[in-house]
Design a protein around this ligand. Structure first.
Ligand code: IDP
Ligand code: MG
Length: 148
C-alpha cells in the first residue's frame, strides 16, 4: 500500500488547526502509520526542501518551517500520494479548490498549512528523513475491508 509524508506546518499548529487537518485525512480513509510533534532543525529543513534550493523563496521556506513546532505524519492508503495532494489543494491558496485544506483554510502561499509528498519516489525519501523504519507502525484498521 502506498505511503506519503504529510507535515502540518507551523501556521497549522499556531492557528490550532491540527485536529481539523488530521480529521480530513482520516475521514478520507487514509491510515496514520506514524506521527510526531517536533521543531525541525535547520539541517532537517534543508534536507526536506533540498529540491527547492536556489529558488527565490528557499530561505523563507527553511526559516518558516523551523520557526515553530510542526506535526509530521506518514499516511498510508490506496494512491496515498495523489489522494493526499487532492485533499491539500493547489500550492497557492487562491488557486486551491474550495473543499480542500488550503482552499478552505489558508490565504498565503508561504503559509499554506500543509506539506505532502508529490511522488511515490519522493515520499520514500521524505519519510526516511523524518522516521526510522521502527517508527512506522504496522497494524490493521478496523474498517480495512471498506477503505483499507
Ligand atoms: P507544494 O507544497 O504544493 O508541493 P512546492 O512547489 O513544492 O508546493 O513548494 C513548496 C512550498 O514552498 C509551498 O508549499 C509554499 O509554501 C512555498 N512556495 C512555493 N512557491 C512559492 C512562491 O512562489 N513564493 C513563496 N512561497 C512559495
Ligand atoms: Mg512540494
Amino acid at each position: 500500500m502506498e505511503r506519503t509524508l504529510v507535515l502540518i506546518k507551523p501556521d497549522g499548529v499556531q492557528r490550532q488547526l491540527v485536529g481539523q487537518i488530521v480529521a480530513r485525512f482520516e475521514q478520507k480513509g487514509l491510515k496514520i502509520v506514524a506521527m510526531k510533534f517536533i521543531k525541525m532543525s535547520k539541517d532537517l529543513a534543508e534536507r526536506h526542501y533540498a529540491i527547492h534550493k536556489g529558488k527565490s523563496f528557499y530561505d523563507d521556506l527553511v526559516s518558516f518551517i523551523t520557526s515553530g513546532p510542526i506535526v509530521a505524519m506518514v499516511l498510508e492508503g490506496r494512491l496515498a500520494v495523489k489522494q493526499t495532494r487532492n485533499l491539500m489543494g493547489a500550492t497557492r491558496p487562491e488557486e486551491a479548490a474550495p473543499g480542500s485544506i488550503r482552499g478552505d483554510l489558508s490565504v498565503y502561499t508561504g503559509q499554506n498549512l500543509v506539506h505532502g509528498s508529490d511522488s511515490d519516489e519522493n515520499a520514500q525519501i521524505e519519510i526516511a528523513n523524518f522516521f526510522t523504519p521502527a517508527e512506522l507502525v504496522e497494524y490493521d484498521l478496523a474498517n480495512k475491508d471498506w477503505i483499507g
